[in-house]
Write a protein that binds this ligand. Sequence first.
Ligand code: ATP
Ligand code: MG
Length: 395
Amino acid sequence: MRWVTIVRFSEVGLKGKNRGNMIGRLGQNIRDALRGFAKVSPYHDRVFVPLPDIDVWPLVSERLRWIPGIRNYSLALRSPPDLEAIHSSFLQLIPDGGWQTFRIVAHRADKSFPHTSQEVEERLGAIVKEKTGGHVRLSKDADLSLYVEIRPDGAYCYTERIDGPGGLPVGVSGRVVSLISGGIDSPVASYMMMRRGCQVNFVHFHAYPYLDSSTIDKAKVLVQRLSRIQGPSRLHLVPLGEIQRQIVVAAPEPLRVVLYRRFMMRIAEALANRDGALALVTGDSLGQVASQTLRNLSVIQDAATLPILRPLIGTNKEDITREAEVLGTYQTSIEPDQDCCQLFVPRHPATGATLQQVLAAEAALDVPALVEQGLAGAETLAYQWPASHNEVMVG
Ligand code: ATP
Ligand code: MG
């Protein structure tokens, strides 16, 4: 008998011809996340991770918990496919106390196995009842569920299925550039795109040295957290303060924030083109703040050619907050900061800017030169996961 983690796929199994690609990618992502302490064997309907030692299980579990494309996973005991061995596995898995009723759920993937699933359930049920004094309860309400999957290479027994994030494996949908502030929403939006199979590169705009570097520090911590989900990650840090200063000098006060955002989009798009990304991502949620009215969103979209994806557009703040708590980004996001949009913030920001007004204001600015200036000041940091947790400057 030995310990094995069984990993079950999410939608990966449904994708027809692409299935092989998807499973290959998921297998590789799991292999990368567990490199150095567990080997990974992908099959057509499962990934198996034999554990060299039960002590590595907490670490394996913590990593699998966050890998997109995983529907759920179980810590299982593998034994020869016979009733005697299966029953020994069960006795090893059954907790000492804390339960009274149990059920057995058998699945026979190997049709050459001599007993039907129902026979397996009945025979093992009788043995477990006799050995433990527990009562059989044939429903999900049973205190304890004992599962066995009988496959040609062995029987896998387990008691629990732990949920993964679901969705698609990172890498199958291409690359995007996500605009990450220091706030609650953008890390959640980035995670949602990872869960749809995107590799996410990050860009953060800051007003240092006009404001302090607090949002830079937060963006770094957030990207580090998100790199645990997708693996190696890149963060571009772009100074916006000087551009904002010129906007303030040249443009009507109520338009400032929309103009800041249009410059963010232009610079993000240039970085996306360099990075080979196919779309931009923001944490906008409709109507949440002045820059997120439909009118302003459309004026902001106009500054970019790439699609701007807004996975949170129809969600409520409470739901986003709950996601951020589970994701583990919330505590960082709520730390006080000096966001660049607070620099020269207008008293009455426009909620219904028109493109005409915005274009007229931008006519007083040398837009391409300002974009170049932002790009020239950009720094890029790389985050490795899991090999090392340190950031490395790459540009
Ligand atoms: P968040 O919690 O993500 O900051 P928010 O509700 O505070 O969102 P805004 O500040 O209006 O909303 O920003 C909307 C979106 O614009 C953010 O989710 C993010 O994608 C992008 N954004 C805003 N500020 C920055 C910034 N300084 N750097 C990069 N992206 C930004
Ligand atoms: Mg914000």
